[in-house]
Design a protein around this ligand. Structure first.
Ligand SMILES: Cc1ncc(COP(=O)(O)O)c(C=O)c1O
Length: 397
């Protein structure tokens, strides 16, 4: 089975409204989507009404290209509370989610065939966006502390010997997808230094920062770098609702200016202007903080149900308990590969994404798999863990 076909092992019916709907009794742990019970429908209705009352036709017209002031103002303060630095005036841009932010950065700041370094495993759909441009992706090894910055330095050197240099690095250093691991602080500093020394942009995908369950999230790479080499992508998808298609990026003012002056924002104005004003109403009245506090508790309970279910069925299961994010990264017992086990898992009523999906070139771990704990309530996750543990136990005995 080729890598591209892995995720399509089961037929997913196309729904006229949603990207994914449940169509069988299979507990589908492949999707990094929030459960429908985690989405604040009533509060959003109120916020939408308020936005229309407050801004009238201005809510429905073309918006300022960097995004409307109410959400920018709220974000400036808010980011200062969830990270070690607040963006200054001009350092924020509203996006239609981290995906669109990444696409815009690739469009405006890279040339086709530029090289981008990407620690693997990584978010497979970000790879797809980069390949659209098309960028040349050079994989970098990771270990238990996250991306190996020594391997990155070697890769930069190898490229330099060929007269090339990487244009950027794409990294998810905080509760990353798919592993939920975070890059240790020293390596964050090493990375800033490497980027400064080789005139390389750091694209920091930071969408899981606020979904922290045990400790506190480490400071972003963006907050550590003063040279302006980092673009940090944030999103309301994981904290509020992905259907808003609303995100933001922080970067120095000249980068923000450049991104905002491109054809897309010049022609259409700021992206998702109405959604941004609705989110600002939601946030301004304390709704966002209330919601995220509640959401963290819900997701921590889901994480715990999945962890307990796995350990109950497989006491020797090898994984790190995720301290943030959406995912659990499980290593299979010796001799098993996630790809081969998957059809049996599906017939037993549980599905997952094989680790291979998140690999790049030779950096592929075929004995790993990703389980998402965002979509289902704790009882279903416990049942999914039971089915998966049973499948694994039966396959080794
Ligand atoms: C690391 C990472 N970046 C970006 C996204 C997509 O974010 P958005 O909905 O803001 O485009 C996801 C969603 O799964 C993700 O895991």
């Amino acid at each position: 089975v080729s890598r591209g076909r892995v995720a399509k092992l089961r037929t997913v019916l196309t729904d006229p409204i949603l990207e994914f709907v449940e169509t069988s009794d299979v507990i589908d742990l492949t999707w990094g989507h929030p459960g429908p019970d985690l989405l604040p429908v009533a509060e959003m209705r109120t916020a939408a009404n308020q936005a229309l009352d407050m801004y009238g036709p201005d809510a429905l017209n073309y918006g300022a290209s960097v995004g409307p002031a109410p959400i920018l103002q709220w974000l400036r303060t808010h980011i200062g509370t969830i990270d070690s630095r607040a963006p200054a005036d001009g350092e924020l841009l509203i996006t239609a989610g981290a995906s669109q932010g990444l696409d815009l950065v690739c469009t405006m700041l890279t040339e086709p065939a530029d090289t981008i370094l990407v620690p693997a495993p990584t978010y497979h759909l970000a790879l797809k966006i980069m390949r659209d441009h098309p960028l040349r992706i050079v994989p970098i090894e990771t270990d238990a502390h996250g991306a190996r910055t020594d391997a990155m330095a070697d890769a930069i050197l190898r490229l330099r010997r060929r007269g090339e240099r990487p244009r950027a690095v794409y990294i998810i250093p905080t509760f990353g997808n798919p592993t939920s691991l975070s890059l240790i602080e020293q390596r964050r500093r090493d990375l800033v230094e490497l980027a400064a020394g080789s005139d390389m942009l750091i694209i920091e995908d930071d969408v899981y920062r606020e979904l922290v369950y045990d400790d506190v999230a480490p400071p972003s790479i963006w907050s550590m770098a003063d040279a302006g080499s980092v673009i940090r992508l944030g999103s309301f998808s994981k904290t509020l609702s992905p259907g808003l298609r609303l995100g933001f990026l922080t970067a120095n003012a000249s980068i923000v200016d450049r991104l905002a002056s491109g054809g897309l924002l010049d022609s259409g104005g700021g992206v998702n202007h109405f959604a941004a004003l609705v989110a600002a109403r939601f946030a301004d009245q304390g709704g966002y903080l209330r919601h995220v506090t509640w959401l963290r508790a819900q997701l921590a309970t889901r994480r715990d149900a999945l962890v307990a279910g796995l350990l109950g069925g497989l006491p020797d299961a090898v994984f790190d308990r995720p301290s943030g994010g959406y995912f659990l990264w499980l290593r299979l017992p010796p001799g098993l590969t996630a790809q081969k086990l998957r059809p049996l898992a599906v017939t037993r009523g549980v599905d997952y994404l094989p680790g291979e999906v998140f690999g790049i070139d030779e950096i592929v771990e075929d004995d790993t798999l990703r389980l998402s704990f965002s979509l289902y309530p704790p009882e279903r996750l416990a049942e999914g863990a039971r089915r998966l543990s049973q499948t694994i136990s039966d396959s080794i005995s």
